[in-house]
Design a protein around this ligand. Structure first.
Ligand code: NAD
Length: 283
């Protein structure tokens, strides 16, 4: 029987562990992990993500600061806010929800966050640390995927991992993290010729494209592991991944559903990174 990888359940356990450690930390040192969550404008999807992150912070008894900024904010004003947060001892993590409105230079803003408080793991210093195997703060989605593979005892070493998508937040860092686990890694993207040729060889297939029904049954290898990172909202409001779940699930050894797979793990890893940053900066 196919294993349906339950990211929701696993993330609950991880969050319970984080909550317990947060309590210990407070009892011993009177320190609470502090996360500042910044959202600019009214992107409906971003608002949902931010709401979830803030609720999770509360449920863990983290200290959190919410910044809901008007679409018209200038780059200078936003940089000033980040500068204040960079210097604020009660804040250990700064999260700027993406995408930002067009007049704000996303790269410049993300790079301005103190890399030790960059709990998303997007800062060039954190990203570069992956290349040198130092791994300062690791990006949340790839970290969550690795956790799932480990918790389900899915062997990575020597396995052919095929990643579709080369973004800085999923595909690229994930490729390095899998490489470090001794996988053989192939990265495919929008310019790859004959995608199926690669996906059919994958022992572990990871799709981070953002297109519903993109991965069909005939594209996957029998008894492989399929990780669906995609989040796509259909016209009827239903949330689906990149994978044709109903048909693919019958062919594979294990698969993540959407929702309830990678998504909840990403938030759990964000909280884990905030706790780690807190310990590093405060103790
Ligand atoms: P992106 O949106 O920046 O880019 C998409 C990637 O898909 C690109 O690298 C592109 O080369 C590739 N691609 C596009 N068309 C392709 C094709 N026809 N064949 C092969 N490759 C193709 O990537 P992203 O920010 O990593 O997001 C990808 C998806 O993952 C989105 O649906 C996003 O919402 C979702 N996502 C989910 C989580 C989570 O926590 N579950 C986190 C981040 C992103």
């Amino acid at each position: 029987m196919t294993i349906i990888i339950d990211g929701k359940e696993i993330s609950k356990k991880i969050l319970a562990e984080i909550k317990a450690e947060t309590k210990l930390l407070y009892n011993r040192y009177e320190v609470k992990p502090g996360l500042a969550v910044i959202i600019v404008g009214n992107n409906p999807a971003s608002k949902i993500y931010v709401k979830r992150k803030r609720q999770t912070c509360q449920s863990l008894d983290f200290y959190s600061e919410d910044y809901d900024l008007d679409e018209s904010i200038t780059e200078k004003e936003l940089l000033n806010l980040i500068s204040d947060l960079n210097n604020e001892p009660s804040i250990h993590g700064i999260l700027v929800q993406l995408p930002l409105p067009k007049h704000l230079n996303e790269k410049k803003i993300l790079n301005f966050i103190n890399y030790q408080k960059d709990v998303d793991g997007f800062h060039p210093i954190n990203q570069a640390s992956l290349l040198t195997n130092e791994s300062l703060i690791l990006p949340c989605t790839p970290l969550g995927i690795l956790e799932l593979l480990k918790i389900y005892n899915i062997e990575i070493e020597g396995k052919h991992s095929v990643i579709i998508g080369r973004s800085n937040i999923v595909g690229k860092p994930l490729s390095l993290m899998l490489l470090r686990e001794n996988a053989t890694v192939t990265i495919c993207h929008s310019k790859t010729f004959n995608l199926e040729h690669y996906t059919k060889q994958a022992d572990i297939l990871i799709s981070a494209v953002g297109k519903p029904q993109f991965i069909k049954e005939n594209m996957v290898k029998e008894n492989s592991v399929v990780i669906d990172v995609g989040i796509n909202r259909l016209e009827d409001g239903k949330l689906v991944g990149d994978v044709d779940f109903e048909n693919v699930k019958n062919k594979v050894y294990a698969i993540t559903p959407v929702p309830g797979g990678v998504g909840p793990m990403t938030i759990a890893m964000l909280m884990k990174n905030t706790l780690l940053a807190c310990k590093k900066l405060s103790l």
